[in-house]
Ligand binder design. Structure first.
Ligand SMILES: [Zn+2]
Length: 333
């Protein structure tokens, strides 16, 4: 298998005024994302001011449309341009090792990621590595209560960053953490002040805020759950892939995220999906020793249980999960 040659992309989302740019600027300066090409999407035509980038990074503006809807074509065109530059030997501009797409506050990350992952050109050049969504400590709860879009953003995140953590007390931080954990139990959660990470108070017994059900949103009567299955050694990954595609085709609105590292005969692969789209797996550096997270696939969504997934896999793909019988007994009680 060839080593991974696609350029990784981090999508940065979060509602208006949530502190995306502050967080990103800190990452660029702290070297976390050095040598990045940053694409900033502003739904309105406003110049990017005061965006002090690190020396090795570059910024391009995607103006006049939102990347998840009316600006999608422009985003694809811009990304194709970037990909062309990567393979063009006569291109003399800077070469970047990472792409960052800062979306407008009104963007839903899901359709953007879908568009990149399904574009006939981009799918060979860009690897969507992570969706980071920032939530501001002061207004987060109110926004999640009133805006289906806010909830959508949080649902699709791999990583949730609470910004302006010093603006509220510990009790409010605990409550926001608990609420985010209900909406997206699979995301990594952290807190920052001016871009620097701070410690989140222990969740303790903080209660999540009761959120209203939205017609179009995922957070209705069924709570969002995170569950995982561990596939038995020697799994037929082709059969698994077909099963997963069929599952997402039928239930992609309920199965919001799928993520896992699998060991195939040709190497270790990171498998990821957001809603209905499975990204062609990322090839991971091979480690000699098997890691404990291998062949464990995490499913985040609503309206299903671990047992449903195991049964479906067995019935439709003839595949077995480790410990399925034991879990069956436990979950049945
Ligand atoms: Zn949009």
């Amino acid at each position: 298998m060839h080593p991974e040659s696609r350029i990784p992309l981090t999508l940065l989302g979060g509602f208006l005024g949530s502190g995306k740019t502050t967080w990103l600027r800190h990452q660029l300066h702290a070297g976390e994302m050095a040598q990045s090409l940053v694409i900033v999407n502003e739904a309105a035509d406003v110049p990017v001011d005061d965006m002090l980038l690190s020396r090795s990074s570059e910024i391009r503006l995607l103006a006049g449309g939102c990347a998840c809807c009316n600006g999608k074509d422009r985003l694809i065109a811009l990304l194709r341009e970037v990909c062309d530059e990567r393979v063009d030997e006569s291109f003399t501009g800077a070469q970047h090792t990472h792409l960052v797409l800062e979306t407008s506050g009104l963007a839903d990350p899901g359709p953007i990621v879908d568009a990149i992952r399904t574009d006939a050109v981009l799918m060979h050049h860009i690897l969507v590595r992570e969706i980071v969504v920032v939530v501001d400590a002061l207004h987060g709860i109110a926004y999640l209560k009133s805006e289906p879009l806010g909830r959508s953003q949080v649902e699709t995140a791999d990583q949730l960053i609470i910004t302006k953590a010093d603006a509220v007390d510990d009790a409010a931080l605990r409550q926001l953490s608990a609420t985010l954990n209900v909406i997206n139990p699979g995301a990594k959660l952290s807190a920052t002040v001016m871009g620097s990470e701070v410690t989140l108070p222990e969740a303790g017994d903080a209660d999540a805020v009761q959120l209203p059900a939205f017609n179009s949103s995922g957070s209705g009567a069924n709570p969002v759950i995170s569950t995982s299955i561990r596939l038995a050694g020697g799994t037929d990954w082709t059969a698994f892939g077909l099963w997963l595609s069929a599952l997402l085709h039928a239930r992609g609105d309920d199965v919001v995220r799928v993520k896992g590292v699998i060991r195939t005969p040709s190497g270790r692969l990171l498998l990821q999906s957001v809603r209905k789209i499975v990204q062609s797996p990322e090839i991971l550096p091979d480690s000699v020793t098997a890691r404990k997270d291998e062949n464990c696939i995490v499913f985040i969504g609503k309206g299903f249980k671990r047992r449903d997934l195991q049964m479906s896999l067995k019935r439709f793909a003839g595949l077995h999960c480790e410990g399925a019988d034991v879990q069956d007994q436990r979950e049945a009680t």
